[in-house]
Design a protein around this ligand. Structure first.
Ligand code: SF4
Length: 347
């Protein structure tokens, strides 16, 4: 295939996506990265959007093979932040000028519909922020209640669109069910974040291409692509981590295929590579998600091992992150960074 022609096409077939993911020559890979960066700049501008993350509970009722928070992992100390702690942390993030708060936890039914609604409503009343929820699969009525309470976005990763792999990774949970949740969330007006993990055991390049096509079909507002990192005390603890290069290529191809979506440069990428954040931002990413989970909880949210920054003071880590972004010549956004697809929202 002619790479230059391919990079200038507006639509890519699955075969072409696979070809790009399999590029091996350094100069070809660089061309792909440059194109992704150009498309990011054209469709999203040069600002980097910030999402302040609060990991408020590491309890989880699920059994994902790769995740350190799976219910069967008895080696980690579990915690739950109180509603007051969560709201105070959100206010602190807002005072720093960050306009999106991500409320993230394992799938933890302790926080019922009303409690989450109360937290959302209280944050919305006292700050001017957008709220993203990342709480796993919950009831459809709960999603509706949280939308009414003021939540703007929901992050629910498809993880793998190969039904066989999905059911292996998630101990027989169904991909069909997961995709139904994503569809429902979209139908009631949430901006949708989804995504995939690169380098999970048994995954092929074909699978990654299918995953990228699925993100396009679901018309997601944010696509998070991060590398697999093994976590101790999980069935995959001795598996090889995902490749940084393949993750970067997958991010770049996602930018080429989806164009006007948010793509974060993930902490997982930054954990595997000293300059992971910067590299991600130069291959199509336009979002970073600084972690504001307070001590002592942040050390206990161990979805994978050696997670970067867990011992740091949250504010100091945020200052460092800002400096790193500015070093590569990118500006931090001071807006909510809503979906590029929704003309009714202000960015
Ligand atoms: S990936 Fe999410 S749902 Fe699965 S075990 Fe980890 S926290 Fe729970």
């Amino acid at each position: 295939m002619d790479l230059d022609k391919l990079l200038n096409k507006t639509e890519l077939s699955k075969e072409e996506i696979v070809y790009l993911l399999e590029l091996e020559k350094k100069e070809d890979i660089q061309k792909l990265f440059n194109k992704a960066d150009e498309i990011r700049s054209k469709h999203c501008g040069d600002e980097v959007h910030l999402r302040g993350v609060i990991e408020f509970s590491n309890y989880c009722s699920q059994h994902c093979m790769y995740c350190g928070l799976r219910e069967e992992n008895f080696s980690i100390k579990r915690y739950r932040m109180t509603a007051e702690e969560i709201i105070e942390t959100a206010k602190h993030i807002s005072n720093l000028g960050i306009k999106t708060i991500v409320l993230q936890s394992g799938q933890d039914g302790y926080y019922d519909t009303d409690m989450i609604s109360f937290i959302i409503y209280s944050i919305k009343q006292s700050t001017d922020v957008a709220i993203s929820l990342s709480l796993g699969e919950r009831g459809f009525d709960e999603y509706k209640a949280w939308k009414i309470a003021g939540a703007d976005r929901y992050l629910l990763k498809q993880e793998s669109t190969n039904p066989k792999l999905y059911s292996i990774y998630h101990c027989s949970q169904s991909l069909f069910e997961r995709l139904n949740h994503i569809k429902y969330l979209k139908s009631i007006g949430f901006q949708i974040g989804s995504g995939n993990i690169i380098g999970l055991p048994l995954q092929t390049i074909n699978d990654i291409a299918d995953d990228i096509i699925s993100l396009k079909e679901f018309d997601v507002d944010m696509a998070a692509i991060g590398p697999f990192i093994p976590s101790d005390f999980t069935p995959y603890q001795n598996k090889k981590p995902g490749s940084v290069e393949l993750t970067l290529k997958s991010m770049a191809v996602t930018r080429l295929v989806l164009k006007n979506v948010h793509i974060p440069s993930t902490t997982a990428l930054d954990t595997l590579d000293e300059f992971g954040r910067e590299k991600g931002l130069s291959v199509g990413a336009n979002v970073v998600m600084p972690n504001f989970t307070p001590h002592p909880y942040r050390e206990q949210y161990i979805i994978y091992k050696n997670k970067r920054g867990v011992k740091d003071n949250p504010d100091a880590a945020y200052n460092k992150l800002q400096a790193r972004i500015q070093t590569i010549g990118r500006k931090l956004s001071n807006t909510k960074g809503h979906s590029y697809k929704n003309s009714l929202t202000t960015h």
